[in-house]
Design a protein around this ligand. Structure first.
Ligand code: ADP
Ligand code: MG
Ligand code: MG
Length: 883
């Protein structure tokens, strides 16, 4: 079978749509080559080889070697050079490339094919011995690190020693002979470390690198990245072997990275950075400060260095043309790598660029308005989760602040937190509940875990395309990069700007959109919801089928929900109203009363409060349905604890303290989650639900008197397992409704239904639907009861479960489709069979999770309900799930 795909010289065996087989990098190199864009010739070893490699004890298919040799021969023919030839050596890079880009996860080896003989050829070809030996030492360093596992610092030590010896300060001070000397020293170090020599044979070097790329698929960094991004391990990586081009052949050579639009703001402006006389990852590594590609970019970044547009206008024009072609071709924002070798431009990579939430939104809406993509594509271009960043507060521009330093606006959003200086500290502090800002000189792939748990990231070195910037944007973590005025001292765990010293644990604030760092915490403001956001939401609303409601009970939450476009309240939790300090005493009095009349006395007191709560909710939600859940939490949760609390209840109820104490110990439960809660409260103390139902209907009548016939309550009975629980509770609600309507001489419409949150309710849904006009899936409890896992206790082992792929996603965040989902599906089918017009919704945490929302669409729910801030996310996800 075919394991190797060739590209180069205006042709290619692969295509952009072959990413699964060729990886993203290989597929796009092939596509660019076919488009006639200058790409150094090369070949891609398929991801199937990676799969084969791991399935066959880390060996290769038999016919691979021949196919690689043939492809290498093709490169030699096109480039007019020979691999291993002492006069005219072909050098190659060996690059990994999975289906989706995994920044920094896999390692690339450059300048491969150099040895003590071929380096002479390179000297002759380039006419530059210094360049040749610099390239050689880079190769020895990279190869030793990536393939042989000899750490960088060994070589850095040798380099530093030589510089000190010779009195040099910069790497550029080194001569050809110095580099040559170092290559020898590096190789001696390898021999010392490994007991075997550095490989001189180019073919051996190539296979060593190919093996290292496949090997790196299973390294810890790659595994962590895959886990965080839900990338399955069986995808595998491809390997790309490609002829080298050199950006370090003097001042007419350069290497850089560019984006067809600004990845930070989404603005339709060509954006990029490059370094003259540099190679490969020099730009990303943040070793030197890069130059901007365009004049506009230079002005925006307030850079003192000239732009490529000024210094290399011809190549700049060529690059702009390629940028335009690639964007038109891929119809998405492109992230490109290029190298200029002695005034000749070569493209080395293109892919759909990572972008901030703001940029994703702007680019999608702009491209649609430009006619490049249609509305449906635009809707699909924005990750619902990404919206989260746009909906959250920004720094209040009028708030006082103490500016500490400037850096690059690497990833937008405002973040405050305590300063920590290592990724490990970030993880440890976050584990203890601290909000932290990770401060580093620069970040590297080992820091991913710590970056993930930080509120924000601050680096003192590196550009907009540095590791910190790229990863932070992908994670949606605010980041300020390259804040050069800050000195970080890892040993004393301090950072210093001028006279100001900030110690570990002190609070700073970042504005990732402006690139500013402030001392202390700066207050924040609500975001703007007009413009592109409103446009995209409008398009999404036209497309989606499911309604989106909010879980809200306070006036503030309801107002937020409406502002974000909620079409009703899907869950109004009445107990939240009971924890109010003014009321809890009466709740306790009610719970601890010995008989019904004692309870009624306490409830009488609570009725007006509860009614007023509903009046507020109904007023704000005018014209929209509101699902009110009757009291649900375990009585246990309301019990008084301290002697003082017990005495207060005794006094309010006019009974003896010991009596109260006795009741308290009687009511204690060992597993309250499965105890006296939900409709069990209504069954045992019907007067509680009676009071609540009365408060609902009285409030609804009151509001509808002035607001017209616009209040539509839906009364929800929680935790039902049997229709025999629901039937009496429903009868109670209907009776109270009729009594209230009769007393006021007016009627309104309402529904009565139940929350489905027990497996038994799903099984019995057909019978339960006889008594329920709606079901609302309470998937938090349904997940707990189906998996037999407490949400509050499962964190530690679920993490292990996620690592082992047992439940790949946290079932409390994303619905467990195979278990809980099957039960929901069954309940929907059985409920609809009994009552075809039954209204079905979901009100668990899952109602705001895009993946779970896709599932809800597959079972045809009428609506999802989520926290107010997630309403726009749900609107977009609901639209995407029908496309
Ligand atoms: P990553 O996936 O980390 O971006 P790449 O394979 O793209 O790794 O390579 C790392 C760096 O080396 C990039 O800057 C890339 O442009 C450069 N590079 C890779 N192959 C070549 C080559 N054949 N000639 C010149 N530079 C190369
Ligand atoms: Mg890399
Ligand atoms: Mg790359």
């Amino acid at each position: 079978s075919k394991w190797v795909y060739f590209f180069g010289d205006g042709q290619a065996e692969g295509r952009a749509d072959m990413k699964n087989l060729l990886g993203g990098k290989g597929a796009n190199l092939a596509e660019m080559s076919s488009l006639g864009i200058p790409v150094p010739a090369g070949f891609t070893i398929t991801t199937e080889v990676c799969t084969y490699y791991y399935e066959n004890g880390e060996t290769y298919p038999d016919d691979l070697r021949q196919q690689v040799a043939d492809a290498l021969g093709n490169i030699e023919r096109i480039m007019g050079a020979k691999f291993g030839d002492p006069e005219n050596p072909l050098l190659v890079s060996v690059r990994s490339g999975a289906r989706t880009s995994m920044p920094g996860m896999m390692d690339t080896v450059l300048n491969l094919g150099l040895n003590d003989t071929t380096v002479h050829g390179l000297v002759k070809l380039s006419g530059d011995a210094r360049f040749a030996y610099d390239s050689y030492r880079r190769f020895v360093t990279m190869y030793s690190d990536v393939v042989l596992g000899v750490d960088h610092y060994h070589f850095e030590e040798l380099l530093e020693a030589l510089k000190e010896d010779k009195g040099y300060t910069l790497d550029t001070d080194l001569t050809a002979d110095d580099w040559k000397h170092l290559v020898g020293a590096y190789k001696a170090k390898v021999l010392e470390q490994l007991g075997s020599p550095f490989p001189e044979d180019p073919v051996e070097q190539m296979w060593g690198s190919i093996g290292a790329v496949f090997g790196s698929w299973m390294n810890q960094r790659a595994k962590t990245y895959r886990r965080l991004h839900h990338i399955p391990g069986h995808w595998g990586t491809a390997v790309n072997v490609q002829a080298m081009v050199f950006g370090n052949m003097g001042t007419s050579s350069a290497t850089g990275v560019c984006f067809s639009r600004d990845p930070s703001t989404g603005e339709n402006a060509f954006y990029g950075e490059y370094l003259v006389n540099a190679q490969g990852e020099d730009v990303v590594a943040g070793i030197r400060t890069p130059q901007n590609i365009s004049i506009a970019g230079k002005e925006k970044n307030k850079s003192d260095l000239p732009a490529m547009e000024e210094t290399m206008p011809v190549i700049y024009k060529e690059l702009v043309e390629i940028r335009n072609r690639l964007e038109q071709h891929y119809k998405d924002m492109q992230d490109m790598e290029f190298t200029i070798q002695r005034d000749k431009l070569w493209m080395l990579q293109t892919r759909n660029g990572k972008r901030t939430a703001a940029a994703a939104l702007k680019i999608a809406v702009d491209m649609c308005n430009e006619g490049l993509i249609d509305k449906e594509t635009a809707i699909l271009r924005v990750a619902p989760e990404h919206l989260d960043q746009l909906l959250h507060p920004m720094l209040d521009p009028d708030a006082p602040r103490h500016l500490l330093a400037h850096g690059l606006p690497a990833s937008p959003g405002a973040a405050s937190g305590q300063v920590v200086f290592t990724a490990d500290d970030a993880e440890a502090w976050a584990q203890k509940g601290h909000k932290v800002v990770l401060v580093r000189v620069e970040t590297s792939p080992e820091d991913i875990g710590g970056m993930h748990v930080s509120q924000g990231i601050l680096t003192t070195r590196g550009g907009m395309t540095s590791h910190a910037a790229v990863v932070a944007r992908g994670m949606g973590v605010p980041c300020v990069a390259g804040a050069g005025d800050i000195r970080v001292d890892y040993r004393s765990k301090t950072m210093t700007v001028g006279d100001t010293v900030v110690k570990e644990g002190e609070v700073i604030t970042l504005d990732g959109a402006k690139g500013e760092v402030f001392l202390g915490e700066v207050p924040t403001l609500q975001p703007e919801l007009s413009g592109d956001f409103a446009d995209l939401m409008e398009w999404a609303d036209k497309v989606r089928r499911m309604k989106v409601r909010a879980n809200a009970e306070t006036a503030e939450d309801c107002a937020t929900a409406r502002k974000f476009g909620a079409e009703g309240v899907g869950l109004c939790r009445t107990e939240h109203m009971f924890f109010d300090p003014q009321r809890i005493i009466h709740i306790r009095q009610m719970i601890l009363a010995e008989d019904e009349s004692g309870r009624r006395a306490a409830l009488e007191y609570l009725l007006p409060y509860q009614r007023q709560d509903f009046v507020e909710v109904f007023k704000i939600m005018r014209g929209l349905p509101v699902t009110v859940r009757l009291l649900d939490p375990p009585l246990h949760e309301f019990l008084p604890h301290s002697d003082g609390e017990i005495a207060a209840v005794a006094e309010a109820a006019g009974v003896d303290v010991d009596k109260v104490r006795n009741r308290v110990s009687m009511l204690k439960e060992s597993n309250p989650m499965l105890g006296h809660r939900g409709c069990r409260l209504g069954i045992t103390y019907p007067e509680v639900y009676e009071m609540q139902a009365r408060a609902i209907f009285e409030a609804a009548l009151e509001v509808s008197e002035t607001a017209g016939d616009t209040v539509f309550p839906e009364v929800m009975i929680p935790l039902v397992g049997s229709v025999k629980e629901l039937e009496p509770m429903r009868a109670l609600v209907d009776r109270v409704a009729q009594e209230t309507f009769a007393a006021k001489g007016r009627e309104i419409g309402y529904h009565a239904g139940t929350m489905i949150e027990l497996p038994r309710a799903c099984v019995q849904a057909g019978v339960i639907a006889e008594q329920a006009e709606f079901f609302s899936f309470g998937t938090n409890d349904l997940t707990q009861t189906t998996l037999g896992m407490s949400r509050d206790d499962s964190g530690p082992f679920l993490e292990v479960y996620a690592q082992k792929g047992i439940y790949p996603r946290d079932p409390f965040q994303s619905i467990d489709v195979d278990g809980v989902g099957e039960l929901v599906r069954m309940a929907c089918e059985r409920g609809r069979a009994t009552r075809p017009d039954i209204k079905l919704g979901i009100c668990g945490e899952h109602g705001g999770d895009p993946n779970s929302i896709h599932f809800c669409e597959t079972v045809n729910l009428d609506y999802v309900s989520c926290s107010p801030y997630r309403v726009p996310i749900a609107r977009l996800a609901a639209a995407q799930s029908v496309l």
